[in-house]
Design a binder for this molecule. Structure first.
Ligand code: GLU
Length: 452
């Protein structure tokens, strides 16, 4: 069998949508699975709706997802150019053929394709047998001279030797026009595979560009890991035949095939993506995790400041300090975008005390007395490890006949203003005595009504 050649053929008319990403991914997977060629072709004949900026979004999004193309813009190839706006001569030559064979004719300035009217039957790789009959001749070149999507799409698939057309189900109804054209050119039909739609998370209907979670750039901005998003997208309409979800990409490449793609629509599930992302995040090597965090804070710093919020700049802190804090967050936070809130008090003395937590902590036992004892103990404690700090507080609690919690809750509130965070002893160690001691004193001053 000849080598598989698939293509992803986006029109740069909008931002890069999650549905487009999945179509690109399924083509890429099929090419990699079969040892075939993945072509990127830009369908930019609709001059009015295209923009160069959207082209960059396509290239950047594909690259970010790791979907490298073997032929196409920026990498070249034997079947170029790969932008339809640069292929005018090719379309004219193909149009000549249809004119010469009588399958195209001019009417009122436009060029029409003369249909055969025969039933068009395809054996779709996903949907199975699909039949549809075209009933009217259709325009292939508009009166202004610009060629129509159906025409250029088929010409390019022929000229680029495309063997498999894997695309969204929204194009299924176009396929009879396309097969009419293939036959009129005497070209063999490609194998078609129409991927079911992605339904929006809630309610009926297809996910649109306006739905939350629709844009790939958005995920990039939020610090979602591309590996996690790719794994998630694979499962949006395909499964390995068992219940596995988190899978190495190489394994997906090995197993991916068109018959494994579901016929029913896939529903987008933000929670599932968040969970998938988290499973990848916790496994990242420390350097990679810290780099993700750094890049996220850098994007935040470049963006507009949150309304009313004092700007905290963790990137201005000592890099070793930053690193330790982010690594404390790694097993705890579900997403990179939770890091700013989770770590804020490490980077500012101006952190608030959560009033609800305060009320709860201060209502139990004698927290002011505990705080005084804790201050005395930490004044001489060894901050070099979690274990030495824990031993010191443990000894204090034992002396007083109290539990560790009697010191941990009020201590945590005093140094961080909250009751969530890393282990108390890690918190103390990383903050260090020079931050911990003044924070405890300050809190005691307010808690004890100014008397120490
Ligand atoms: N340019 C078309 C689109 O963006 C591609 C159609 C196809 O893959 O054949 O939907």
């Amino acid at each position: 069998m000849s080598q598989v050649r698939v293509r992803f053929a986006p029109s740069p008319t909008g931002f890069f949508h999650i549905g487009s990403a999945r179509t690109a991914l399924f083509n890429w997977l099929y090419a990699r699975h079969t040892g075939g060629v993945f072509v990127l072709r830009i369908e930019d004949t609709d001059q009015a709706r295209n923009s160069e900026a959207f082209l960059d979004v396509i290239y950047n999004s594909l690259s970010w997802l790791g979907l490298n193309w073997d032929e196409g813009p920026r990498v070249g190839g034997a079947h170029g150019p790969y932008r339809q706006s640069e292929r005018g001569d090719i379309y004219r030559a193909y149009l000549e053929k249809l004119m010469a064979s009588g399958r195209a004719y001019e009417k009122e300035g436009a060029v029409f394709f003369r249909i055969s009217g025969e039933p068009q039957v395809i054996e779709d790789g996903i949907r199975g047998r699909v039949e549809r009959t075209e009933e009217k001749d259709f325009v292939i070149v508009r009166s202004g001279g610009s060629p129509v999507f159906h025409f250029v799409n088929v010409v390019d698939d022929i000229a680029m030797g495309i063997t498999h057309v894997i695309r969204g189900e929204d194009h299924l109804s176009n396929t009879s026009k396309h097969t009419e054209l293939f036959k009129a050119f005497g070209a063999p039909l490609p194998v078609y595979a129409h991927i079911p739609l992605i339904l929006k998370q809630n309610g009926p209907g297809k996910m649109s560009k306006r739905d939350q979670g629709a844009l790939i750039e958005e995920y990039q901005r939020r610090g979602i890991l591309p590996e996690a998003l790719v794994n998630f997208l694979c499962l949006l309409g395909w499964n390995p035949g068992d219940n596995r979800e988190k899978m190495p990409l190489a394994e997906i490449v090995r197993l991916f095939d068109l018959p494994g793609v579901n016929q029913s629509n896939a529903r987008f599930d933000e929670k599932k993506l968040a969970h998938m992302n988290w499973t990848y995040l916790v496994e990242l090597p420390p350097d990679a995790y810290v780099e993700q965090a750094r890049a996220y804070f850098a994007r935040l710093a470049a963006g507009p400041a949150a309304e009313g919020a004092a700007r905290i700049d963790p990137l201005a802190a000592d890099p070793a300090y930053f690193r330790e804090i982010m690594l404390l967050g790694q097993p705890k936070v579900k997403a990179i975008e939770e890091l700013p809130a989770y770590t804020a008090y490490f980077f500012t003395e101006d952190f608030g005390i959560d009033p609800k937590v305060r009320e709860k902590v201060m209502a139990k036992g004698d927290p002011v007395a505990r705080l005084r004892e804790l201050i005395a103990t930490l004044a001489t404690a060894d901050f070099s490890s979690d274990a030495t700090l824990e031993a010191a507080v443990q000894a204090l609690a034992a002396r007083q006949g109290l539990g560790l919690g009697d010191y941990v809750h009020v201590g945590r509130l005093a140094v961080s203003g909250t009751n969530v965070g890393p282990s108390f002893f890690s918190l103390l160690r990383v903050l260090g005595p020079d931050r911990v001691r003044p924070r405890l004193d300050r809190f005691l001053a307010t808690a004890a009504g100014g008397s120490i």
